[in-house]
Design a protein around this ligand. Structure first.
Ligand code: SAH
Ligand code: SF4
Ligand code: F3S
Length: 374
């Protein structure tokens, strides 16, 4: 019995696919090289932009042929798209050959769903649950081991679907995280450990007693062994001086921060509900550069947010030019149903978004050429 997993989206999803792999292997499946001759195929989906969803719809559609050839093939759709009730229902309607559609919170029950499908049932389930602390992973990212430290997001940036599909922030207990890392170190297969969360800087606020992200980092660095720690993603409003100091002082922490700015214009930042200004962002960058010389800094930007004018886009352009990031991701704003921004007036035309994103990416190329950064 063989399985194949197709993963879309962020590192969180990549890591969750490692959990799915472990579930399937426990059921007796083994990993296949290609999707053509397998017994179960899982699509772990992403909902962050429309393009991501379109790709999933196209690729799931193509599975119809495989299912025709092999009637026993089990097809599972999970991840962030299927956590949205409307989308999950649409997928069930559009793809009658799909066997299981489950949301992000239902993974611990995946094995049960698979067993039930063999009795001919199609399932559709979505509900928010507790953070999963128990399921093992089959690590698949070479010498890097992902460690989830929290899930969900409370920030509700007005463009973003994540808080709706991943629920509120929930931190794992520090003890469980440290135990997982000790286990990783003892296996001696991994040089790098990457801590994952939508907003790692608010780690531990919901624990009793609370533990700060800086404290967690310090405690991890006390563990014996030869390893490097990195983490993502940091929200500028929550990146404390203490965390910057820990990165500066601890040899085991990589000198690298991914710090999404999203925009360089204060009116747009306010409309995005990012809770910092251009000036505040730049002051954090100054602090990082002062305390951690040679720190690699990368960022994310969205162009064409509703009502963004050319001048306001130029503020983003000038911020990128000023900071000289090591690299950036630039995205065209994509309206997500149910979010505040999708209902805003003055949506920017697609052609204009294309122009802005290209201009920003060309600037990035120029900066990389000039500075030799990559
Ligand atoms: N939790 C992370 C980001 C997760 S999503 C953070 O807060 O930084 C990764 C990136 O996708 C975001 O930084 C943003 O730049 C982009 N993104 C999110 N929603 C988007 C949307 N509706 N349209 C375009 N880009 C979006
Ligand atoms: Fe989305 Fe904002 Fe949360 Fe990041 S911080 S996941 S962009 S709502
Ligand atoms: Fe996509 Fe979900 Fe990650 S929407 S970016 S896979 S948290």
């Amino acid at each position: 019995m063989k399985y194949f997993i197709v993963t879309y989206g962020c590192q969180m999803n990549v890591h969750e696919s490692e959990k799915i792999a472990a579930i399937l292997e426990k059921l007796g499946y083994s990993c296949a090289e290609k999707r053509e001759d397998v017994d179960i195929i899982v699509f772990n989906t992403c909902a962050i932009r429309e393009g991501a969803e379109d790709r999933v719809f196209g690729n799931v559609g193509n599975l119809k042929k495989l299912k025709k050839k092999n009637k026993d093939l089990i097809i599972v759709l999970c991840g962030c798209m299927t956590q949205k009730e409307e989308t999950a229902k649409k997928m069930l309607r559009t793809f009658p050959f799909v066997d299981i559609v489950i949301g992000t919170f239902n993974l611990p029950k995946l094995a049960d769903y698979i067993k039930q499908v063999k009795d001919g049932r199609q399932l559709e389930i979505w509900q928010e649950g507790d953070i999963d602390e128990v399921l093992p992973y089959k690590r698949t990212s070479g010498d890097n081991a992902w460690v989830n430290i929290m899930q969900g997001c409370n920030n509700f940036c007005t463009y973003c679907i994540v808080p709706y599909v991943r629920g509120r922030e929930k931190s794992r207990s520090e003890e469980n995280i440290l135990n997982e890392i000790k286990q990783i170190i003892s296996e001696k297969k991994y040089n790098k450990i990457t801590l994952l969360g939508q907003n790692v800087n608010s780690y531990g606020k919901d624990l009793n007693p609370p533990v700060s992200f800086a404290q967690l980092l310090k405690d991890i660095c006390k563990l014996e062994g030869d390893f490097k720690i990195s983490f993502m993603t940091s929200h500028p409003k929550d990146l404390t001086d203490e965390v910057i100091d820990v990165i500066a002082n601890e040899d085991k922490i990589e000198k690298y921060i991914h710090l999404p700015a999203q925009s360089g214009n204060n009116r747009i930042l306010n409309l995005m509900n990012r809770k910092y200004t251009r000036e505040k962002y730049l002051s954090i960058i100054d602090k990082i550069r002062e305390k951690i010389p040679n720190c690699r800094i990368t960022s994310d930007f969205i162009v064409g947010f509703p009502s963004e004018t050319e001048e306001e886009f130029e503020d983003t352009y000038s911020l990128v030019k000023q900071v000289q990031f090591d690299s950036i991701f630039a995205f065209m704003y994509s309206p997500r149903e149910g979010t505040v921004a999708s209902k805003m007036n003055d949506q920017v035309p697609e052609i204009e978004k294309h122009r802005r994103v290209n201009k920003l990416l060309n600037l990035e190329k120029d900066i990389q050429k000039e500075t030799g950064k990559k």
